[in-house]
Design a protein around this ligand. Structure first.
Ligand code: 3PG
Ligand code: MG
Length: 398
């Protein structure tokens, strides 16, 4: 795989370089609540700017329906990028249209511009290779056929999309620093990790995580399960889970996993329940055998959090994906915070994967420096650990 360093060594002064970044940050209105992904994209952009390239960034935000929608504009991200780079960052009004072309034509050497959300075009995410290819051709037309392509949006490399995959087939392509670093760290988790190796999974759906659970169980020493997905496992153990999240069609699968690897799987023993999905609901902590019919579990309880923390503190390698509860609401944040703090305090090789877990670390005020690596990719890191081929990486390998 050719890397950004190879491209820089060949000289980029005056050359147009298209960078696919992942600027998909969480927003509250037009306020960015966690700019981690934007900051993670800076090393590549700074290196290209320092080399005198004309840098054109293509990216997505959210999941617009294949047509322009101001709600999903990259404007807040472009503004934040400008603040961090301490320069003005023009944002084109479109992504391959007249504004994109004019914005790129106006770039001087060592200047950067952002193209508007590429998912404003349905071809970006099309399953049809010809449709995606046509958008990739349009992107090439914006930057010129002599441009280079740097793939640095690690969070989207598991997507076979025009700006991630098809464009790489059309331009000389290089892995950016973020993509290189992320894959190097994840590789360390899959090749002979130091033991004990503990994985902590949370988030809402068991079905989303089944692939990674099945793939990781033989590899890990402990698999800790919290978040919404824990309730399907608790149901599989025979507990009533009230109004908690439950995937009934997954109960049998969970039973099978518990029967086969019950010694490795660690589940909550107590939970924080509420009578409504709200910060000002009635709230109490109960044992997992005490979840009443009209109540829903929204966080792991303090005893579970202490158990999880103890497993983490004894581990040499830790991977964590998915919050333990609804951490966005203060009454249900303690479990996620306790687990994050235990990981940060442990001297283990520790990797946090996933937008939500990474945002939890930062918004709950846990020391980022305590983690070996905070991945910008949720789905991408899980698919990597599952052993799946990531199209956006595979396409760079030639
Ligand atoms: C993410 O947020 O997971 C990445 O930016 C990819 O976005 P997507 O899940 O909408 O493809
Ligand atoms: Mg995602």
């Amino acid at each position: 795989m050719h890397t950004l360093d190879d491209l820089l060594a060949s000289g980029v002064a005056g050359r147009t370089v298209l960078v696919r970044a992942d600027l998909n940050v969480p927003l509250d209105g037009d306020v960015i609540t966690d700019d981690g992904r934007i900051r993670a994209s800076l090393p590549t952009l700074r290196a290209l700017l320092a080399g005198g390239a004309k840098v054109v960034v293509t990216a997505h935000l959210g999941r617009p329906k294949g047509a322009p929608d101001p709600k999903y504009s990259l404007a807040p991200a472009a503004t934040r990028l400008g603040e961090l780079l301490e320069t003005s960052v023009p944002l084109a009004d479109d992504f391959v249209g007249p504004s994109a072309k004019a914005t790129v034509a106006a770039l001087s050497d060592g200047q950067l511009a952002v193209l508007e959300n590429v998912r404003f075009d349905a071809r970006e995410t099309s399953k049809d290779a010809a449709e995606r290819g046509a958008l990739a051709d349009d992107l090439v037309a914006v930057v010129g056929a002599d441009a280079a392509f740097v793939s640095d949006g690690f969070g989207v490399v598991h997507r076979k999309q025009a700006s991630v995959y098809d464009v790489a087939q059309r331009l000389p392509h290089y892995a950016g620093y973020l993509v290189s670093n992320e894959t190097a760290v994840l590789k360390k988790l899959t090749v002979d990790p130091e033991r004990p190796y503990a994985v902590i999974l949370g988030g809402s759906k068991v079905s989303d995580k089944l692939g990674v659970i099945t793939h990781l169980l033989p590899e890990v020493d402990k698999l800790l399960i919290g978040g919404g997905m824990a309730y399907t496992f608790l149901a599989a153990q025979g507990y009533g889970v009230g109004k908690s999240l439950l995937q009934e069609d997954q109960i049998e699968t969970c039973k099978g996993l518990l029967a086969g690897s019950g010694d490795k799987i660690v589940l909550p023993t107590d939970v924080v329940v509420a009578d409504a999905f709200s910060a000002d609901a009635a709230i109490k902590t109960v044992g997992v055998d005490g979840i009443e019919d009209d109540w829903m579990g929204l966080d792991i309880g303090p005893t579970s959090a202490a158990n999880f923390a103890e497993v983490v503190s004894g581990a040499a390698t830790v991977f964590w994906n998915g919050p333990m509860g609804v951490f966005e609401l203060a009454p249900f944040a303690a479990g996620t915070k306790a687990v994050a703090e235990a990981i940060a305090a442990s001297p283990s090789f520790s990797v946090v994967g996933g937008g939500d877990s990474a945002a939890a670390v930062r918004t709950l005020g846990v020391d980022e420096a305590g983690f070996t690596h905070i991945s910008t990719g949720g789905g991408a890191s899980l698919e990597y650990l599952e052993g799946k081929e990531l199209p956006g990486i595979a396409v760079l390998e030639d």
